[in-house]
Design a protein around this ligand. Structure first.
Ligand code: NAI
Ligand code: MG
Length: 364
């Protein structure tokens, strides 16, 4: 039986509570005999600051590099608001992303049939929605140089951010998107603004070339990013895999998220280059934060975290059947009416974090 080793980094606030949900579900998955899952648990964020004086200890980073995949809960909270900027809880997460070179951020926007009425859009527009946004995460305008504010001769200021993309950066994110599309509906839309940006011209050129050379079986469509925002709200189900740069991906993935309901439902993956064992380095985490307002109260929805485990099974371990089983268990649990407070119609009859995780494990 194949064996996988997972590093669990629960973090802060509701992080440990939703991560406990992952452990509940992993126990059920082990019973199915699909694979062997070994876990190690370590500290990140505020919890690591309390123990080591910094948000990611060197030995934790080494464990992360050695693991087959990393699952992270959430970091941060009011307790650490006063710590120095470069050792704040978020710095631990940023260091993980940077040192593991996690360049591809995958954010699915899935609308579960049982929750279609929780969407910002009408039920018929979102029912059955299943989009995968692939956002380039380590390049573009957030990192390009120069990046500065300077004072001009007349005393007024001038701010510069620089969008930089190289052929290699666009190629590798394009490969991620096309490979994903092959496992899904076989369609990719690529969003840029080649009408006004040179980086958009190169983006379109490189994506077109990668497609022609390697993925003739996948359908490719180019869409201008502003039109894409409009289409996501007008007719979201036209999209399957949507690949875009760091800045447009930041905005478009937030738009797509709001089509599906609660923050507590949204998983994510960040994929890197191949690690020592040949397996792609990857970190899986819910989109939400540490939710200090409900931490410790058994109120958090664990589905974003458990859905992140499903993505890990699919994209890191190639266990598509196990991932389908887990996604199906989430769908069935919701269809049976089990709700945490964030997705319950009026908060009435809601179950807690533990009970939701146990219901999903039972469905597995
Ligand atoms: P948040 O995502 O933690 O919470 C926003 C709102 O959504 C809150 O009302 C919260 O109760 C609710 N919520 C979030 N996750 C939920 C879940 N699973 N189930 C039910 N309700 C849920 O964002 P906020 O409040 O802006 O940040 C809180 C802390 O988290 C801050 O310290 C922030 O820096 C950190 N943060 C960490 C992130 C990470 O670790 N990746 C991402 C975003 C924020
Ligand atoms: Mg954002």
């Amino acid at each position: 039986m194949a064996s996988y080793n997972l590093l669990l980094l629960p973090g802060d606030g509701i992080g440990p509570e939703v991560m406990a949900g992952v452990e509940t579900v992993l126990a059920a998955l082990r019973e199915t005999g699909i694979a062997r899952f070994e876990t190690e648990t370590d500290l990140v964020g505020g919890a690591a600051i309390d123990r080591h004086g910094k948000p990611l200890a060197d030995e934790t980073l080494e464990r992360a590099k050695a693991a087959d995949a990393i699952l992270l809960g959430a970091v941060g909270g009011p307790k650490w608001n006063g710590v120095a900027y470069d050792i704040r809880p978020e710095a631990g997460l940023l260091r993980l992303r940077k040192d593991l070179a996690l360049f591809a951020n995958l954010r699915p926007a899935i609308c579960y049939p049982a929750l279609a009425d929780a969407s910002a859009l009408k039920r018929e527009l979102v029912e059955g929605l299943d989009i995968m946004i692939v956002r380039e995460l380590t390049g573009g305008v957030y990192f390009g140089e120069p990046k500065e504010i300077t004072v001009q001769a007349d005393g007024s200021k001038r701010a510069v951010d620089t969008q930089v993309y190289t052929t290699g950066e666009i190629e590798r994110i394009a490969h991620v998107a096309f490979d994903l599309a092959r496992k899904r509906s076989g369609r990719v839309a690529s969003a840029e603004k080649n009408n006004v940006m040179k980086s958009g011209v190169l983006w379109k050129e490189v994506v077109t070339q990668v497609h022609a050379e390697h993925y003739a079986d996948v359908a490719l469509e180019h869409v201008l990013a502003d039109n894409c925002a409009m289409q996501l709200v007008r007719r979201p189900k036209q999209f399957d895999v949507l690949v875009t740069d760091n800045l447009f991906g930041d905005v478009l993935s937030d738009v797509a998220a709001m089509l599906t309901g609660s923050l507590g439902m949204l998983p994510s993956a960040s994929l890197g280059a191949a690690g020592d064992g040949g397996m792609r380095r990857a970190l899986y985490e819910p989109v939400h934060g540490s939710a200090p307002d409900i931490a410790g109260a058994d109120k958090a929805n664990p589905i974003a975290m458990i859905g992140s485990l499903a993505m890990c099974l699919r994209y890191s371990f190639g266990l598509g059947e196990a991932a389908d089983l887990l996604d199906g268990a989430i769908t069935d649990t919701l269809a049976a009416g089990t709700r945490t407070a964030d997705i319950a119609a009026d908060g009435a009859g809601a179950v807690g974090t533990k009970a939701m995780a146990e219901a999903i494990a039972a469905a597995v």
